[in-house]
Design a protein around this ligand. Structure first.
Ligand code: NAP
Length: 280
């Protein structure tokens, strides 16, 4: 089975790495295409046995599964261009929350799915969020789940919670990095610890923290209770945190959902326009 990655930016590269590193797909069965072709050719230095194609038509001719790894508006442009060359038995996957399988089903004649990756997939961990289009059957769904299982924990999500799930799984690493960076800046400001040492301590702490959760030694709550001895030093630090941070993520999710709604409106308008053009 041949897989294609259309769009070799941040996420296209993460998926190229996770698919090959986990041996989910052999390099010789992987095809790449990017708007700026040079960027796709540069990847041959690292992945010498993948193929770089020069057009969307040849991607459609050569691949059984196509991952559309671009921004929402670009994904729609790609889907429209692929449409005349796509067969019913092919599978096209959107990697963005704003483009659902229903959206793709309206402009493509084939099977569709949505697979939202996370930067954590690069180290063959973290989740992938899956949704399947109406034309996929149990075998297609199993194939996608099994492939994702080799580099992540696949979880099926419904349209109504896809944005919230993506906020945690895909945006989460960026949000957490910001909070940790803030912790480093504050420790540097308020104590004698040097920034480079603070960075090292935070990195080792986060890796250990992840390991504790992975090995199921604690839940988030029991871990906090274990560290926070009654009347101890962690407790006084926590008091300040409860005052400053409690509820401060509410606005984060309000913002992401507002942007999501705007993107969906744009996607629906563009699909309407595309359908008019096809029928006209
Ligand atoms: N970043 C994350 O952690 C994350 C996680 C989950 C999902 N996502 C989703 O992933 C999507 C892509 O994000 P990204 O960060 O990878 O974006 P990106 O770095 O900008 O990559 C987009 C790629 O698509 C290429 N492209 C654009 N139009 C094209 C076309 N018509 N034909 C072929 N290639 C085309 C671009 O080519 P050029 O080189 O010419 O610009 C670029 O390489 C977004 O929709 C985002 O919502 C991101």
């Amino acid at each position: 089975m041949n897989w294609g990655i259309i769009g070799t930016g941040n996420m296209g590269k993460v998926l190229l790495h996770s698919l090959t590193q986990s041996q989910a797909v052999e390099e010789k069965n992987l095809y790449l295409y990017n708007r700026t072709l040079m960027k796709a050719y540069e990847l041959l230095n690292q992945y010498p046995n993948v193929h770089v194609e020069r057009s969307l038509t040849s991607m459609a001719n050569k691949c059984d599964v196509l991952l559309l790894c671009a921004k929402p508006k670009e994904i729609l442009e790609i889907a429209k261009k692929l449409q005349p060359n796509i067969r019913k038995d092919q599978l096209i996957i959107s990697i963005t929350s704003s483009i659902s399988t229903d959206h793709l089903d309206q402009i493509l004649p084939c099977k569709t799915a949505r697979m939202i990756p996370s930067i954590t997939n690069q180290s063959l961990t973290g989740a992938t969020l899956l949704s399947f289009g109406q034309r996929t059957n149990a075998i297609d769904q199993q194939m996608i789940k099994q492939t994702c299982k080799l580099f992540s924990e696949p979880v099926e999500v419904k349209d109504e919670t896809v944005r919230a799930a993506s906020d945690l799984v895909s945006c989460g690493p960026a949000f957490l990095s910001y909070v940790l960076e803030d912790m480093i800046q504050s420790v540097e400001k308020e104590t004698l610890l040097k920034r480079e040492d603070a960075e090292k301590f935070i990195e080792t702490m986060v890796i250990g923290f992840g390991r504790l959760l992975e090995e199921r030694h604690f839940s988030l709550q029991t871990l906090r209770e274990k560290v926070m001895v009654k009347g101890g030093i962690t407790g006084v630090g926590m008091k300040a945190l409860e005052k400053e941070i409690h509820n401060s993520f509410n606005q984060v999710f309000i913002n992401t959902h507002e942007k999501f709604a705007t993107e969906q409106e744009m996607v629906e308008a563009l699909i309407h326009e595309a359908k008019m053009n096809f029928s006209g």
